[in-house]
Design a protein around this ligand. Structure first.
Ligand SMILES: C[S@@+](CC[C@H](N)C(=O)[O-])C[C@H]1O[C@@H](n2cnc3c(N)ncnc32)[C@H](O)[C@@H]1O
Length: 300
């Protein structure tokens, strides 16, 4: 049997959150296996449209045969540029289902998973940018320490960085297994899985510049979504969720709103409903849904 590319998470809540209109134009910035896009296309009418982004060439192969769909094989940080290219001005809603797909995690050659041995790659777009191998073997001890501390929220970030730098002075660290073996003396057996996942998460965020791309997407969403249109973002870890939450609350990424000389703050969105989480039933059917958090906002 063919392995499933990706099971869409919080599907009904996303469709509801987007408040779909029969002839609306929607953007799915994280197409993946196309599960959310397909459900949007099924729900809108013949006059509706979906523009889907994904920077992974494997996702491009899932593109659907539907005249109402435009697939853009690009990073969503180029959102406005490609909307202009396709002569689309404003849209009724944007959906972002952040992070990596099950397909990416379960493909050993992509190097995303601690469970398989594979090349230390971790690029979502395999044709450009630096790989995890480049990061691990060329960044300074200080840069590595900062990444593990900021993006992995690891308290022993300095020790991890030092160990990598010592190891690579003998031989470059090329594979996921070499990295986990290098670091295993620093990782208590009881929390091995969790800590390795944090280390891999930190490298993945750096390799794909994930937080920068998310900030850029959120800022552009404020420009691109029509008044009363919707923004739905599913995040999978606290670093992403904090940015989404602050942007919806304050219109910026700081913990307080930024005010102009007249004391006004610019806030493009208002929050809709409460944070949506997957049900026990969804988590049972799809373990990867367990850390998902969906925030919904409406353009003011
Ligand atoms: C969690 S999966 C999305 C799954 C999708 N919602 C589905 O139902 O199959 C995330 C996808 O977004 C893509 N992605 C993540 N960050 C991206 C970015 N900055 N630009 C474009 N695509 C991105 C990944 O390549 C991956 O395929």
């Amino acid at each position: 049997m063919m392995r499933m590319y990706h099971k869409p998470v919080l599907l009904d809540a996303c469709l509801e959150g987007l408040a779909l209109k029969e002839s609306g134009t929607y953007i799915d910035v994280t197409f993946g296996g196309g599960g959310h896009t397909k459900a949007i296309l099924d729900a809108i009418g013949s006059g509706g449209k979906v523009i889907a982004f994904d920077q992974d060439e494997d996702a491009a192969e899932n593109s659907l045969d539907d005249d109402r769909l435009i697939f853009v094989h690009q990073n969503f940080s180029f959102l406005q540029r490609f909307l202009r290219f396709h002569k689309i001005d404003k849209v009724d809603g944007i959906l972002a289902d952040l992070g990596v797909s099950s397909h990416q995690i379960d493909t050993p050659e992509r190097g995303f998973s601690t469970r398989f041995d594979g090349p230390l790659d971790m690029r979502m777009n395999s044709s450009e940018g630096v790989s995890a191998r480049d990061v691990v073997n060329t960044y300074t001890k200080e840069q590595l320490s900062e990444i593990f501390y900021q993006y992995g929220e690891l308290t022993n970030a300095r020790k991890i960085a030092l160990r990598i730098v010592e190891q690579r002075s003998h031989k470059p660290i090329e594979t996921t297994l070499e990295l986990t073996e290098t670091l295993s003396p620093l990782v208590p057996v009881k929390i091995k899985h969790k800590m390795m996942a944090q280390i891999f998460q930190a490298l993945r965020i750096e390799v794909n510049q994930e937080l920068e791309a998310l900030k850029s997407l959120l800022e552009q969403s404020g420009e691109v979504i029509k008044s009363n249109g919707r923004l739905c973002v599913i995040s999978y870890h606290s670093l992403e969720d904090r940015l989404v939450k602050r942007f919806i609350q304050h219109g910026c990424f700081d913990s307080e709103p930024v005010k102009d000389e007249f004391g006004h703050s610019h806030k493009p969105f208002k929050k809709v409903g409460q944070l949506a989480l997957p049900s026990e039933t969804e988590i049972k059917k799809n373990k990867r849904a367990r850390s998902a958090k969906l925030r919904i906002a409406e353009k003011i």
